[in-house]
Design a protein around this ligand. Structure first.
Ligand SMILES: Nc1ncnc2c1ncn2[C@@H]1O[C@H](COP(=O)(O)OP(=O)(O)OP(=O)(O)O)[C@@H](O)[C@H]1O
Ligand SMILES: [Mg+2]
Length: 454
């Protein structure tokens, strides 16, 4: 719903305009002083301002100036009494969108308002589109071609086409948010907004009004109406991060919204309908939270229509060389990136380290190393202490369950080594064979055996 803020010190005009435009289906906010109007502007999402010019205290002209500083995208229509057209001209110079003269013709007023709102919507859509393009460029790059990642790409492509609710699970720093964005930008909704709410970061009541918005006066401090993230995400995707941390009372409310796509703002009675795709993420084991009674089972099933489970980095070591290259390119100066190498000792550490912070930790390690690096080779000295101390011993316990027959276990290790050598050598078989100290034909034989396709 589009929201219009009307500012006039004459109560009669406020009432008249509110009735006239309210009947057109717009949401109307009113202020009788320019100063009040500014605080409404600050607090609420307003799509259009209609202001009288002559008011005691701050004038309409000053309000116009403040408004263009505060919310440069929001169009302002000024109202001037007949005969003071110079003032309207002056206002147009200060970027008013249009003006109307009092007394006005109802039809003409409606038309002017519609024109301004259409222009505003177009401008907003264009901005979202530009934002989407740059986000896509910035976030669209999911790096990795290990088996689990390839399965995830396939899932992303499939789920992007549907409106199904997706739950992304996985430990911290595995790229859950990145994947949520990829689903959004790969979907029909890509031109709509991608809106994030961190359900773990806010106190219960704040989170409620953040999600669903609130009406003016809903609680102390609610000086103006505010739209919630569900409303802002209309036509796009809402990403509920850390959904496992959501308080119980809000879980009930969320369930209803997911089922009906309708809700009321806090302190409001009007039912608001939205069209939103919900993607949620958590690094908690939600099933366990359900079993322990911390998370509603019905909500869990609603959120978990499709589950994308992102494995920790230590279970997809094949992705490390590509990620390292990617982060070097991201953080090094453009002319230097291609010259930077990683010492053999560092590679060894990277493959043996447990990576509790997953990809995010690897990213920080590379960023730090590049800052500290003086030559072109990243050495162990440039790694944080916890990595330098990482045991270089292959942790059998972590990778091979105790009841696996020896030849199976060795095959698992062999396949890993082959994949690792290949991605390290950019899939040049001859180099990988040389690195592993085997002939090229033995290499080919083994690739076939394990079904490794390059
Ligand atoms: N496969 C990947 N390719 C490129 N960058 C990645 C990948 N996975 C993660 N990253 C980067 O690692 C950082 C952390 O990713 P993200 O914020 O998506 O993780 P998360 O799973 O949401 O973590 P948390 O649970 O802590 O919120 C980001 O900078 C992201 O760009
Ligand atoms: Mg996250």
């Amino acid at each position: 719903m589009q929201t219009i803020l009307i500012v006039d010190d004459e109560k009669n005009y406020l009432v008249l305009l509110e009735a006239l435009l309210g009947a057109e289906g717009y949401e109307i906010l009113t202020a009788s002083r320019a100063l009040d109007a500014l605080s409404v502007l600050r607090e609420s999402d307003v799509d259009l301002v209609i202001t009288d010019m002559k008011m005691p205290g701050m004038s309409g002209m000053e309000l116009l100036e403040e408004c263009s500083k505060l919310k440069p995208d929001v169009p302002v229509i000024t109202m001037t009494a007949y005969g003071t057209i110079e003032m309207a001209v002056e206002a147009m110079k200060k970027h008013a969108y249009d003006y109307i003269t009092k007394p006005f013709q109802n039809e003409q007023l409606k038309l002017t308002v519609k024109k301004a709102l259409d222009a505003h919507r177009l401008e907003k859509e264009n901005r979202l589109l530009r934002q989407a393009l740059s986000d896509r460029f910035r976030y669209g790059m999911i790096i990795g071609k290990s088996k689990p990642m390839i399965r995830i790409y396939e899932m992303i492509d499939k789920v992007a086409q549907s409106k199904a609710t997706v739950l992304i699970t996985g430990p911290s720093g595995t790229g859950k948010e990145l994947i949520a964005k990829s689903i959004h930008y790969g979907s029909q909704r890509r031109e709509g907004p991608f809106v994030t709410v961190n359900c773990g970061a806010l106190a219960e009541t704040l989170l409620e009004s953040e999600l669903f918005g609130h009406e003016r006066g809903a609680f102390t401090g609610a000086v103006a109406m505010k739209k919630g993230r569900f409303e802002i995400a209309d036509g796009g995707t809402l990403f509920l991060d850390e959904v496992g941390d959501m308080p119980a009372s809000l879980q009930v409310k969320l369930l209803r919204v997911l089922q009906e796509m309708t809700f009321e703002r806090v302190g409001g009675t009007r039912t608001i309908r939205v069209d939103v795709r919900v993607i949620s993420a958590t690094n908690r084991e939600l099933r366990k939270e359900v079993a322990e009674g911390n998370f509603r089972e019905d909500l869990f099933y609603r959120l978990n229509v499709i589950n994308l489970e992102i494995p920790p980095l230590c279970e997809r070591l094949d992705d490390i060389p590509l990620l390292v290259k990617h982060f070097i390119e991201k953080y090094a100066k453009p002319q230097e990136a291609s010259k930077i190498e990683v010492s053999p000792e560092v590679w060894k550490i990277f493959y043996n380290y447990r990576w509790p912070g997953n990809v995010r930790e690897l990213e920080h390690v590379i960023e730090r190393a590049i800052v500290l690096n003086t030559g072109n080779i990243i050495t162990a000295e440039e790694l944080p202490q916890e990595l330098r101390g990482a045991s270089a011993v292959f942790e059998v316990e972590r990778f091979i369950p105790p009841d696996v027959p020896l030849h199976k276990a060795l095959e698992t290790i062999e396949e890993r080594l082959l994949r690792r050598a290949l991605s390290h050598c950019n899939n040049v078989q001859a180099h990988a064979a040389q690195m592993l100290g085997i002939t090229k034909s033995l290499m080919q034989h083994k690739l076939k055996k394990y079904g490794i396709v390059i």
